[in-house]
Ligand binder design. Sequence first.
Ligand code: NAD
Length: 462
Amino acid sequence: MPGQKLHDLDHLLSGQRKFFNSGVTLDINFRLDALKKLKRVLQEQTDEIADALAVDLKKPLFETYASETGFVIKEINFALKNLPKWAKRKRVPNILPTFPSRNHVINEPYGLALIMGPWNYPFQLSLAPLVGAVAAGNCCLVKPSEIAEKSSALIAKIINDTFDHNYIAAVEGGVEVAGELLESRFDKIFFTGSPAVGKIVMEKAAQNLADVTLELGGKSPCIVESSVDTSKAAKRILFGKFFNAGQTCITPDYVLVHREVKEKLVQAMLSWLDHFYGADPKTSPDYGRIINQKHFNRLKNYLADGTVIAGGEYDETDLYLAPTILEVDDLDKPIMQEEIFGPILPVIEFSDLEQVEEIIGRNPNPLALYIFSSDRASIERLTTRIPFGGGCINDTVIYTYNHHLPFGGRGSSGMGKYHGKYSFEVFSHQKAIMSRRFYLDPAMIYPPYKSIHPLLKKFLFR
Ligand code: NAD
């Protein structure tokens, strides 16, 4: 909480534990009320949220509405509509050996959940998981990223002014605070951030055997085949790449383009760049800034890893880095070894799908994969043979907007999934209940077992 001292943490958590154990959060109406409260405060604070994001990232208003405030409200609305159905115990079929019985699955809240967020979509990535945690009936502690300073303060204020801190609270702070939180006992940890910190989180969670969800990053490839309309592809790739100035976990990290259409794609990109941001993107209200000096320096160094085709200009005092397209042919350069997480788009040509698979295999299990193609066989091959979190055919980041689709990575890009109903499930334990009667109780299944052996062989080993 703002001003919350960490020596209060034990007190805060024991308050939350007591609150959870009281059973108040098991009531669906209580959860619906909490979601309505969160929705109301987000609606009331729309301008303050936009102001905070303008300071932290110079985030364009459209991006703020679509990917932060509006995104969370969309998740809340979906949960408000469906929670009574999701939370119902589900009857599942019986099978012959357990006849007669009634079988159910109960979605049970874990208890105390810790949500740790990153800085790039500070509201979405702290509050969308919170929607799931609340819907599932957990108490919750949220720690937004200290790097998006204004947003962190506002998230903490929104949460702490809206909820009883014994139910939901926010704590601000950096690595030290995060470290102390991870030493505490939570029943569920939901972490969004880098793979490096994800490993630390998992190690800490193991000490209490807390359930963990990791939403991480990586290098998400974008493949452009020769069968596609290069202008339409270029438009959608650039939209996904330069949204939030490339600081998006699912942004197309690099483009692999078939050599036959490389030149056409690059020309189309140049034309769309001009259309999107004008001759000087620095003056465009629709283009953001790099979060801080450290990331700015990191990104600036990548410019030497290829030939600049477009952009490349920067202004350190304004943390401005132009939307940049870089021709890259040395795959051993740092830009092709690390997640870029900024507005630089390497373009690499390929001649066949084996080559595509080999290049992607250098950074396996990307969070997202995008394929621009009209060739069914290639789409089938790439979507089934390459392991990745999720993705799009003929578009980029937009797939995460559909809450009917699970969102999450695998391996180095994460574990677990959320959005929509999956958010409810990821914060719930699925408890199995078999309810039996005392009739039909064949003596042969109890020791001594001998008489059942022939029967088992006949039926179980079929
Ligand atoms: P980060 O891992 O540096 O920080 C995330 C959170 O971890 C913050 O709250 C931070 O305070 C905390 N933290 C940092 N160092 C820590 C430590 N040593 N011990 C404990 N906690 C620590 O990530 P970031 O820079 O905020 O975000 C960028 C990364 O997040 C990128 O890799 C990006 O791809 C990924 N990301 C993933 C998603 C997703 O949904 N999969 C979304 C956004 C960002």
